[in-house]
Design a protein around this ligand. Structure first.
Ligand code: NAP
Ligand code: MG
Length: 453
């Protein structure tokens, strides 16, 4: 039986293409091929592997417009974002292309001999990608995995397979050998689950919902399979009275409505110091009304549609709290929604507690520094967050106190490919990107060599 999935353009609801979905047999074949390719890929000299990764990066750059166009029609991403995302894949490949020659072990002093450590690849790594950032999240998994000498099987989200499939083609063109990087479009319950249960897949890199992440972690326990999880978030944007209020307000819409709020780092809870709450709301309303929700092909677009009708419907269920104001959105075909600002009555409301993954932000006042920290930490999540203040000692105190993996002060930016990214609490396990990500794609082997006669 062959399964297919109809890719729908979320801005127009038009059919883009049909994608054939892998069944178990096709998945097992791909894993077997990746397993066979592992032995030759790990044996390629470090300099040669580095060169191949740089060639892959260059080919991604050569195809950046095409990749961006695919992401616009498949995912509704804005032109500006889609180009950034294609470039991010090339940047991450270039960054980790410096790794093969630098995967150093140690030499540790011991009596009667020499002790050395090696960082060895794991084998086949299974990367499971969500639909919100198909290109970057794929690259954050496959680039360091390949650099460390692993081979990769990658399952894109069912909604968004097109750029991943293109990247697999590009890899082959760039000279990455057959079987080293394989993209397998298919269902989570079939392909994704097989990555978890197949003994030749030695590690899972999963990004997606906390609920599925927990089941993957439980499944991995069976084989003590290595796992990295990047899960949900409910990040706080904390705005103190002594900050540049206009600047904080002007930046706040982008911090939550970018990618239509379908971002695990979305600052979806805004906390404002009580004495400036009203003036903040004035500036914030102006900024939200100016936020451009329009055809994602336009270079001026700041937000496009939601990914699917199902996601649109799921987001609507959170609109049962008082609405402070909204922005605007196109009407007609497409999964459009205006940016919406809620003022929940209590911190126990669903809108305040749950990851909405849509263009909805909840806003609440706080009394003082201690109250801000308590409210920010009153969540099962801990992925990102922002702190706006002109008092640098306070900025450092609050940054240390907020239980979250990625914080920014007087800024909302949390992703740089050369710095670590990941979550506290139920937002995840392990770190991606930056210099340390390679550790989660290698095993440390210790060898003692007796030099006594
Ligand atoms: P999801 O179900 O967690 O999907 C993420 C990925 O896991 C997809 O590739 C999915 O495949 C796959 N998958 C699903 N069930 C699986 C299983 N049993 N075994 C192995 N792989 C499996 O996320 P979603 O349903 O697309 O989105 C639901 C909610 O999750 C969102 O509303 C949002 O709150 C959250 N989310 C968070 C992130 C994030 O970056 N933290 C990303 C996406 C979603 P299919 O595409 O075939 O289902
Ligand atoms: Mg799901």
């Amino acid at each position: 039986m062959s399964l297919t999935y109809q890719v729908i353009n979320p801005a127009t609801e038009e059919l883009v293409t049909d994608v054939s979905l892998a069944d178990l047999t096709r998945t097992d074949d791909a894993i077997e091929r990746a397993h066979r390719a592992f032995h030759s890929w790990r044996a390629i000299s470090p300099g040669e592997r580095a060169k191949l990764l740089r060639a892959f990066a260059q080919h991604v750059t050569n195809h950046r417009e095409e990749l961006a166009q695919l992401e616009i029609i498949n995912s509704g991403h804005t032109l500006g974002n889609a180009l950034w995302e294609a470039d991010n894949v090339a940047n991450v490949l270039n960054y980790y292309s410096a790794a093969p020659e630098r995967l150093f072990g140690k030499q540790i002093p011991v009596p009667n001999g020499i002790d050395i450590t090696f960082k060895e690849p794991l084998g086949v790594v299974g990367v499971i990608v969500p639909w919100n950032f198909p290109m970057p999240i794929a690259g954050w998994g496959f680039a360091p995995a390949l650099a460390a000498g692993n081979t990769v099987v990658l399952k894109p989200a069912e909604y968004t397979p097109l750029t991943a499939m293109k990247l697999a083609e590009i890899a082959l063109k760039a000279g990455i050998p057959e079987g080293v990087f394989t993209v397998i479009p298919g269902k989570g319950s079939i392909v994704g689950n097989r990555f978890v249960t197949h003994p030749k897949v030695r590690k899972i890199v999963f990004t997606g919902s906390t609920e599925v992440g927990k089941s993957i972690m439980a499944g991995c326990a069976d084989q003590v399979k290595r796992v990295t999880l990047e899960l949900g978030g409910k990040s706080a944007n904390i705005i103190f009275a002594d900050s540049d209020l206009e600047r904080a307000a002007a930046a706040a819409p982008g911090a939550v409505f970018d990618n239509a709020g379908q971002d695990c780092c979305a600052r979806s809870r805004i906390l404002v110091e009580k004495k400036v709450f009203d003036s903040f709301m004035g500036y914030f309303e102006t900024a939200v009304k100016k936020f451009r929700v329009e055809d994602p092909q336009l270079s001026t677009a700041e937000m496009g549609p939601l990914i699917s009708k199902k996601q649109w419907e799921s987001v609507q269920t959170f609109l049962d709290e008082p609405v402070a104001f909204t922005g605007s959105a196109p009407s007609g075909k497409g999964f459009w929604m205006a940016p919406t600002v809620l003022q929940p009555k209590s911190t126990s409301s669903r809108a305040w507690r749950e990851e909405i993954f849509g263009p909805v932000v909840s806003i609440m006042p706080f009394d003082d520094e201690a109250d801000a920290i308590a409210k920010a930490n009153d969540t099962e999540f801990g992925l990102s967050g922002s702190i706006w203040t002109n008092n640098s000692a306070k900025a450092i105190r609050v940054s240390r106190a907020v239980e979250s993996g990625n914080l920014s002060v007087n800024s909302n930016s949390s992703v740089r490919y050369w710095t670590p990214f990941g979550g506290y609490k139920q937002s995840g396990l392990g770190r991606e990107l930056g210099p340390d990500a390679l550790d989660s794609f290698t095993e440390v082997k210790n060898v003692f060599i007796n030099t006594d006669n």
